[in-house]
Design a protein. Sequence first.
Length: 494
Amino acid sequence: MPNAAEPKPTLTSGKFWLAGLAIVIAAVALLAGPPLYRVALLGSGYMAQQLCAGLFVSGRTFEHVMAEDLTGPGFGALSLFSPRVDEAAKTVSASAYGIAGQTAEFQEGLGCTLVRHRSAQAVHAKARDLFDAEPAPYARVEWPSGSHVAAGSWSADFRWPDEVDGPAATDAVDAIFAEPVPERPRRTRALVVVHKGRIVAERYARGFDAQMPLVGWSMSKTGMNALIGLRVKDGTLARDERHLMPEWLSRDDMRGAITLDALLRMTSGLAFDEDPGDKLSDVSQMMFVQGNTAAYAASKPLTFAPGTHWSYSTGSTAILSGVLRESFDDEREYLRYPRERLFGPLGMRTAQLAPDASGNLMGGAFLYASARDWARFGLLYLRDGVWDGEQILPQGWVSYSTTPTIQSPQDEYGAQIWLKLTKSRNLGEPPMPQDAFYMLGHNGQVVAMIPSKDLVVVRLGQTLSGGDWDTARDLGPLVNAFPDVAAVAGQPAP
């Protein structure tokens, strides 16, 4: 693994033209002005942040992260960028031959933060001694209260619960991990199946395990839903609250009419380009170039009256992070809040939610947790916000969150949570129960919660653009191998 003391490797003849191209690009960027330079910053920021998290959050090898997470469809331009790892400082820097460099720093308990707009020392000082040592999990106590899983490892003699269609479920799990189209890899990394509150099956790809935190991407938005809900429970925030950001306090600023509910439901009316394929889109630049994600999103103008138009926007979640921050007088208390009020009570010991350089938690994308901990989080929502007999989320919060946003197409979205899947090709409606709801993330991340089957299914992976993964098609056979709980109890199925 390269480190800060190593000289830059000598270029091979096969890569020499790339070096020349990088120099040309750098010169053009300087002459062409900000747009092309921002594209270069996006490349260095993405490489630095993803490699930092892969190494220091997930604990993977340099070679594995580079090969699986930073190579493939859509990543061709990253061949122009070189990373540099300082294991002692736990930082990763990246640049295109010295141009447009960015650095990500790991902070214990918080993950990796891009620090281009601030020194690494300043960011690190904010998080120093932020958390107490985590107690060891109860190894002899059954999951989810402890770490013991009675289901056993995935093997040829694995047994499903008696009421499950075992052959169908096994075939479905094998298909989820299969690669039937090698040129369009699925790259499923982890699968956890929770039935009646217990893990009944789990499986991991080589190089991944039950303790490894993995990124949820936009599944993180439901994490922000929970944190906002907890603040509502505290009486500090209210769903109909307005004038949420300092930028919106002017009497003439119509953005002051945006409510907390509108942000949760993606109906703020703010202009925000969510196209991840556009290197200059708002979502790309906000996540990997801008140092203050909440302020960047909050600065956007209104294009619709608040509450009248639905548009999926990671910017809305970034603003929610800013609103959450404004509800605290002490910044360190804000950074501790997710662990103290959510991750800790649920036993999500692997969970880490990274802040941006300004200190705003990156609730739109950068919640990392193991597959088992994502399953704990899903189980909280399946159980209506109750955990171990305690009402963690406000009474009725899950019902509110899963009530369709009427402006969303076909009532597919609630409040930072999905209620329907995209129709699968040649399958008509998705082959999933009607009452299912979902946390969904980039590259095929999913936590599916199915009340009628008392079931939570977590799938984590790295399915790049064009990869052969379809959540409805590929999870449907597994989910439908489980019976409806009403039918098992001898009641008519709903």
